[in-house]
Ligand binder design. Structure first.
Ligand SMILES: *[C@@H]1O[C@H](CO)[C@@H](O)[C@H](O)[C@H]1NC(C)=O
Ligand SMILES: *[C@@H]1O[C@H](CO)[C@@H](O)[C@H](O)[C@H]1NC(C)=O
Length: 467
């Protein structure tokens, strides 16, 4: 760069002029009149120069306006040019500390999106509620393999939030990256979570995450926060809460609410775990390219899972060392990525994507922890079986109501006693509004009931198309 600038400087300088022979040099001396006129001209120039200097001294505002344009021609030297194109960063300033919000530490928030338009309103509601100073958070989205209007909707909602009248609302720099990775797996819940599809799905997800991060991580970032769009309930202070632990990689516990007939709630993210002897033995027995995915009967690893260790009344600050982690919500110091840890899109110690990321970070001596009693709630999306079951229940309920109506009409002449069934229904609704998972679940149920038929029909069509 320097060399380039110097060359430019040299070529601009009239190098040969000092030695050039001018033919005028040997002409006869000028006339006295001519000489006097030249002296007058020189004096006028001197006077003009002095009065300009005085003028600039008296009016400072003029000085600011005039001096740069003068100095551009007279004072600039090649060294100035390289300051415009070379930037210096001191990365010791952005290591990440436990109170980043007080030290103005920047966070890069990464969210991969795929056919996510139905989740975006909820996601932006979360964004608006985050308490970490918004101007310190840069947003990065990757929109891939989407058939719905994820991109258009995202643009509109970003415009809204950046144009909000509340000065605390707009975020820092925002990047939206569009790239398809050829995810061909059906997007319905069943096939997305089916065992067969897992390894290749996870490898593609890993590529997507690496793309997103490498395209958007800047030298100014101290932290990277990965957050999925389909989180339903999470504390507004989650970034600060995770940051306070001052570990290299930190994840919360992730559960999901369920309808009452399925137990009310359930551990969701089984990718956060500690290594076990059984799993290591299993890994040794597998092919080099095999990828173990947690939470499937096919691979019985007997690992301690973060999700199963939850105690609703436990200390939310309790830490647990982890080897594999899930990707729903990860806070990591940016230096972990700068050191080369990434989401393997191949089998790394028989794991890929976020589980491989956890293992790789561990391997490079970074700290990786989970918080068993600090829980966020993933959206409940009913499986095909759940939808069928709910449909059956709905039909049963309608039949029961009809019967009750008929019974009531019969009872009109006799004494009236309320049906037991109806009371049970009432209790169910009340019960579902209680507990930490109550409210989100009730909302999920309400919207689920509404879309029940449509979804079931779509699933049927998808299955017909498959066969
Ligand atoms: C955000 O905060 C508002 C007001 O407190 C609340 O109504 C809304 O549900 C919150 N959004 C989410 C996603 O938690
Ligand atoms: C931003 O908001 C102002 C008024 O608050 C409005 O006039 C303007 O059109 C908005 N810009 C965009 C891009 O939405």
């Amino acid at each position: 760069m320097n060399r380039h600038v110097l060359e430019k400087g040299h070529s601009a300088y009239p190098r040969g002029s000092a030695f050039s022979n001018s033919p005028n040099r040997f002409q006869p001396r000028s006339q006295p009149a001519l000489r006097r006129r030249r002296q007058l001209f020189q004096r006028l120039c001197l006077l003009g120069g002095v009065s300009l200097v005085l003028f600039l001294l008296i009016f400072p505002s003029w000085r600011a306006a005039v001096l740069p344009s003068i100095s551009l021609g007279l004072l600039s030297y090649p060294g100035d040019l390289h300051l415009q194109t070379v930037r210096y960063y001191d990365l010791s300033e952005v290591q990440g500390t436990e109170k980043g919000w007080e030290r103005g530490e920047r966070v890069l928030m990464c969210t991969p999106l795929r056919d996510a338009s139905s989740h975006l309103p909820m996601f932006f509601s979360h964004l608006r509620n985050l308490t970490y100073p918004h101007h310190l958070i840069d947003l990065a989205f990757l929109v891939s393999d989407s058939r719905d209007d994820t991109l258009g909707m995202l643009s509109r909602m970003l415009e809204d939030i950046q144009n909000d009248s509340d000065p605390k609302m707009p975020y820092g720099e925002i990047s939206v990256i569009q790239k398809d990775f050829g995810q061909k797996v059906q997007q319905d819940v069943e096939s997305r979570h089916g065992f067969e599809a897992q390894a290749s799905r996870r490898k593609l997800m890993a590529q997507a995450r690496n793309w997103l991060l490498s395209a958007t991580l800047r030298p100014t970032h101290s932290w990277v926060y990965w957050r999925d769009a389909d989180v339903e309930t999470a504390p507004f202070t989650i970034i600060e809460d995770l940051m306070r632990h001052n570990k290299d990689v930190t994840v919360p516990n992730v559960w999901r609410p369920l309808p009452d007939w399925l137990g009310g709630e359930q551990p969701y993210d089984l990718n956060s775990w500690q290594e076990s002897e059984t799993a290591l033995a299993l890994a040794d027995s597998l092919d080099e390219d095999a990828v173990i995915v947690e939470g499937y009967a096919e691979y019985a690893t007997w690992r301690p899972h973060l999700a199963y260790l939850r105690d609703p009344y436990g200390d939310p600050d309790m830490e647990m060392e982890l080897d594999g982690i899930g990707g729903v919500s990860i806070l990591a110091k940016a230096r972990v990525f700068r050191a080369g840890v990434h989401f393997p899109a191949f089998s790394f110690e028989k794991h890929a994507e976020t589980e491989g990321f956890g293992k790789m970070a561990k391997r490079m001596k970074f700290s990786v922890i989970g918080l068993p009693h600090y829980t966020i709630w993933h959206l409940y999306e009913p499986s095909v079986d759940d939808l069928r079951h709910m449909e059956e229940m709905e039909v049963e309920r309608l039949v029961r109501e009809k019967e009750e109506e008929r019974a009531e009409q019969n009872d009109n002449t006799q004494s009236n006693s309320p049906g037991d069934d109806q009371d049970v229904d009432g209790e169910e609704v009340q019960g579902s509004a209680e507990g930490p998972a109550g409210q989100p679940m009730k909302d999920a149920m309400d919207s689920t009931q509404g879309h029940l038929k449509a979804q079931a029909e779509r699933v049927d069509q998808a299955e017909k198309a498959k066969s």
